[in-house]
Design a protein around this ligand. Sequence first.
Ligand code: ZN
Length: 145
Amino acid sequence: MDDDALKAAVDLVGRTGATGFEIGYLRDGVPVEEAGWYAHAQYRGARITSEEHRGPIEAVEALARKLLTGAKCTHCKKLVALSDDGAIAYNGLLADGTRWTVEQARAAGQCRWRRIGPRWVRGCERPAPPRPTGKPRRAKRRRRG
Ligand SMILES: [Zn+2]
């Protein structure tokens, strides 16, 4: 099981301001992959659901992607893109209830999000400086003689 996908989704849902988060399945007495896994995030007045998945990880990953699709990056205010092919924009309401049109989204530009391990990372986020790993540095060896 890919714990990172689950952690990343839980973290993301929390960051979007959801008041609740639930993972579950609909059917008992069937093979796990036929149980109908779902995940949903609860917001004030709205519930975003992703359902009929083969497992909990697939369900949360799909929910995370659903939350990000057409969303506005909370940091740079650009349209979230989940692939290099570009973002999907649609007229609608953001999770916080703000209206955001396709025109506004297009004009905003794009911010490429990707899941890196246990976290969804925004494109506008500068990666943390690498920590010293304690590994010996590869020194250039000079041949003597
Ligand atoms: Zn951004």
